[in-house]
Ligand binder design. Sequence first.
Ligand SMILES: [Ca+2]
Ligand SMILES: [Ca+2]
Ligand SMILES: [Ca+2]
Length: 304
Amino acid sequence: MKTRPSSHWLPALLISSFAICHSSFVIAQSTISAANPHAWSANTGFITFRHGSPVADSGIVIGDAVLSGKAWSANCGWIDFGDGTPANGYFYGNGNNTDYGVNHFAGGALSGLAYGANIGWISFGYGIALDSPNHPRVNYLTGELTGYAWSANCGWINLASNGLRAATIKYVDTDNDGIADAWEIENFGNLAAASATSDADGDGVSDKNEFIAFTDPFDAESKLRIVSLSENAALHRTTLEFTTSPVRMYRIETTTDLANWAAFSPALNYFAPVPNVASTTVVLDHGADARRFYRPVAVLPLSP
Ligand SMILES: [Ca+2]
Ligand SMILES: [Ca+2]
Ligand SMILES: [Ca+2]
């Protein structure tokens, strides 16, 4: 288990907390739904993830790799989810008193440590298997948060019981190349090497599009591609299998003229891949069209 902050660090946090509230990271607009901002603890009551203080709309920000900002509990005070600047550039280490926070791992799992000055560490995911329904998680389809966090001083904190929901996920992109900085640093070590046009592995997919599909930018075999395509002419039905990542959502686009692409159907405009496998298959009932084309498109989760 993590230790409490050292005695000299704790008052430093309290003293600096006012100043921290004025940093751009903490007052960034919360990505939590304004209509559904509450978690619940039987021992402490509501914990508000979007509280609008000290400025309107502030609160917790769910990023593509880390969470940041502060939640508020009338009984426990401020709860810090991290400052949005992990030491390695993408995930909080949670091994010391300065590089801590809640990480956002593949498929929506929320793991790591939040800290309340009055209640100490709050564990997201400690001792709960990643695939357990009790593991803290954000649902990419609905935005709902589910699972439980644990505080030695407050007991279980239920993320789901009051409909707590993310409205969006934030992708920080300071160099404006269309590639989330966390992914860029994790894969390339800096923000300079990859761009919207670079292609490190020469597989014909730009590094930007490898990010969007969450494929390996250094493995030419790893890219979003169609695995198989078959046609049942009698049923006017196409079966399409394509590679998928648990970190992304997908859309099936279609056209008859290779110029005007549109979602095949509302249900296939934004859907989750089949979990725990490397590809997903969809069946497309398309009527009696003489000619029709399809393409799978990766979509960043909860990114309008
Ligand atoms: Ca970037
Ligand atoms: Ca590539
Ligand atoms: Ca690749």
